[in-house]
Design a protein around this ligand. Structure first.
Ligand code: ATP
Ligand code: MG
Length: 314
């Protein structure tokens, strides 16, 4: 290792080029395209949060897991939902433990003069329960983790404003304890499925990237990486079918998760290539709405299968 200090968040691995990031991601099983590797490289270099948007199942959450693995950092995940409040996201007091301590103090017959000290003790770090945002700012192991704020579009707008504040300062103020500031900022990845637009102010703070469905070639590489032992031909045909389904006007297009599931199902059924009967039996791995199922079946499974067969195999 050279003696120079590394930019914050960059691991001992030499992530000094887009190519290096691409390779490192592949090393932890994430098959990215160059555009995604570029924004990850930039976010690490510039110490900025990464904001990932895209359809369901295109690999947004997995980016955070992969980046944590390649940086060899812990992953702290905050799953957002409607009604998520600061207490569930940042910290809570351990009430049962506090109560126990109060009982103990009562049993000992605490003097009035001790009451103030007892109160201070009850609101000390000993009784503090760290939730994901505080854990990311004040990690137990000391090293800044990767913080995943997953599906931020599901949280309320007030929470979004609060998040903006945290991302600006990487600090949390707890009235009873004081301000806790991150020694080293975590590497932050936010994801959104775009069920609503996230405010510009939050996006502005981040490096933004839209993750598209993969090309057939990249999806083939993902399938062979994720479904060990799959036949090359089956993997190609699986990806070709999925590409065609994504060109249809379905309510919910299959994501990469569905492709992997379907490929694994075909392997479990002992298939080495696709055929209309197996497609019919396993269509539920790919398409999860009744109307979509009917539409795909109406469009003709036999035709769909014959279209994706390599000319020599037809
Ligand atoms: N580029 C990739 N390389 C390897 N595996 C991938 C890739 N993209 C997605 N996957 C796999 O696809 C699955 C779905 O990915 P993930 O859960 O990250 O999608 P998502 O975009 O977060 O979906 P959702 O919007 O439903 O939360 C995971 O099992 C993941 O391992
Ligand atoms: Mg996700």
């Amino acid at each position: 290792m050279s003696g120079e200090t590394e930019p914050q968040g960059v691991s001992p691995l030499r992530l000094d080029s887009i190519e290096a990031v691409l390779q490192a991601l592949q090393g932890v099983g994430y098959i990215a395209d160059r555009a995604l590797a570029t924004v990850i490289f930039l976010a690490l270099r510039m110490g900025r949060p990464l904001f990932l948007e895209g359809e369901a199942g295109v690999g947004k959450t997995e980016v955070a897991k992969a980046v944590a693995a390649l940086l060899r950092r812990d992953l702290v995940r905050l799953q957002c939902y409607e009604g998520l409040d600061v207490h569930s996201a940042v910290y809570e007091w351990n009430y049962p433990r506090q109560l126990l301590r109060i009982r103990l103090l009562e049993a000992r017959g605490t003097e009035a003069s001790d009451a103030r000290a007892a109160e201070q003790q009850l609101f000390s770090r000993e009784f503090l329960v760290q939730r994901p945002l505080l854990r990311a700012i004040d990690p137990p192991g000391g090293r800044a983790p990767v913080l995943l704020v997953d599906e931020v579009d599901r949280a309320d707008e007030e929470f979004e404003a609060f998040l903006l504040e945290i991302l600006a300062e990487y600090q949390v103020t707890i009235p009873e304890i004081g301000t806790i500031r991150a020694k080293e900022p975590p590497f932050v990845i936010l994801t959104s499925n775009r069920t609503r637009e996230v405010h510009d102010a939050l996006k502005r703070r981040c490096i933004y990237h839209w993750i598209d469905f993969p090309t057939a070639e990249r999806e083939y590489r993902i399938v062979t990486a994720r479904v060990p032992g799959i036949d090359e031909r089956l993997a190609r045909e699986v990806c070709a079918v999925v590409q065609r389904l994504r060109a249809m006007d379905l309510y919910k297009l299959p994501g990469i998760a569905e492709t992997i599931d379907w490929a694994a199902a075909m392997v479990a059924l002992g298939r080495r290539e696709i055929d209309p009967e197996s497609l019919d039996q396993t269509l539920g791995c790919l398409v999860k709405y009744r109307d979509d199922l009917e539409q795909v079946r109406r469009s003709g499974l036999r035709e769909l299968v014959s279209e994706v067969k390599a000319p020599a195999a037809r």
